[in-house]
Design a protein around this ligand. Structure first.
Ligand code: GLV
Ligand code: GLV
Length: 324
């Protein structure tokens, strides 16, 4: 009999190819399926196609499940260890969203520096009455120091774009890259604290893991320059939201722009929403039409490979194929 798959949301992609190998059920609501629904579904399905809004914990990694395919590069919502234990491959979508996400980090950086959101509000409020020499001033971007925290594909793509702005580019990551790569990107390795002290812009490109949980808290904001601007397009958990509020409200740093929050979505009573020097967008870093379509296609390809018992083209836990 045909394999069964459950897709936790409508995707911008043709399902025909998948339907040839599996019976497909799509959750069509705007909100993610409740946990109970997922718990019921996994009893009967062979493949699960999920999003970062679905918490896939070990009770869900059960039944006949043969593959979990996530439509995202990050997979902090999935208990990968539990999947590996049961030899279930987990797929993700690296590479295809690198440029879109780097572009969006730049959109936020420039909007925060040059106060685009405040300026738009100002104009709509009818406050534009003349040209003013000191209206809505911000820092220079060209020639400033950019600190990139996390130097994987996306961090490096952000660095490539920074070259056009004649910036000094610092990066920190778990290990230092080869000198050739540093040279070609025009970047210097800096320990995290030095990067915080010297950067005018700090942009986060780490995954959300136990190691990066609240990497930014009071201590780190205290090290940053008062004119510094923080950009986060990675994971909300990397920044302690209470510390971010304190830093922005007290002027420890000048501004921030975040596409990710902890929790998501941001609660409507969060004090962060009262700040003028913070831009918050709803986790849309990868949201170009082309990129979202590529992500969906890649996730489907991973899913089909898993259903056929083939190695996933983009697998998070490939060790399951070799370990005994
Ligand atoms: C989005 O946040 C992703 O991980 O793809
Ligand atoms: C994500 O794709 C990264 O490695 O930065």
């Amino acid at each position: 009999s045909k394999a069964k798959v459950f897709i936790t949301r409508r995707l911008p992609v043709e399902l025909k190819q998948l339907q040839e190998v599996a019976t497909v059920e799509v959750w069509t609501e705007r909100q993610p399926p409740p946990y109970d629904v997922l718990l019921e579904k996994v009893k009967t399905i062979d493949g699960l196609l999920c999003l970062l809004t679905d918490k896939i914990d070990s009770p869900l990694i059960a039944g006949n499940l043969k593959v979990i395919s996530q439509v995202a590069v990050g997979y902090d919502n999935i208990d990968v260890a539990a999947a590996s234990k049961r030899k279930i491959p987990v797929g993700h979508t690296p590479g295809v969203l690198t440029d879109a996400t780097a572009d969006f980090a730049w959109a936020l950086l420039m909007a925060a520096a040059r106060r685009v959101m405040e300026a738009d509000k100002f104009t709509r409020a009818g406050l534009w009455q003349t040209w003013e020499p000191d209206l809505l001033l911000g820092p220079n971007i060209t020639g400033a120091t950019l600190g990139i925290v996390g130097f994987g594909r996306i961090g490096q793509a952000v660095a490539r774009r920074a070259k056009g702005f004649d910036m000094r580019i610092l990066y920190t990551s778990r290990y230092q890259w080869e000198p050739e790569l540093e040279k070609s990107l025009g970047v210097e390795f800096a320990p995290f604290e030095q990067l915080l002290q010297e950067s005018d812009f700090v942009t986060v490109h780490t995954p959300g893991t136990d190691d990066t949980y609240h990497l930014f808290s009071d201590r780190q904001f205290n090290l940053m320059k008062p004119e510094a601007i923080l950009i986060n397009t990675a994971r909300g958990t990397v920044v302690d939201p209470d510390a971010l509020y304190r830093a922005l409200a007290s002027g420890k740093i000048a501004a921030a722009a975040v596409d990710v929050t902890e929790p998501e979505p941001i609660p409507q009573d969060s004090p962060l929403l009262t700040l003028d020097n913070l831009i918050i967008t709803p986790h849309i870093g990868s949201a170009s039409r082309q990129t979202r379509s590529k992500m969906a296609k890649m996730a489907i390809a991973n899913l089909i490979a898993g259903l056929k018992g083939h190695q996933l083209p983009y697998c998070v836990n490939p060790e399951i194929y070799t370990d005994d």
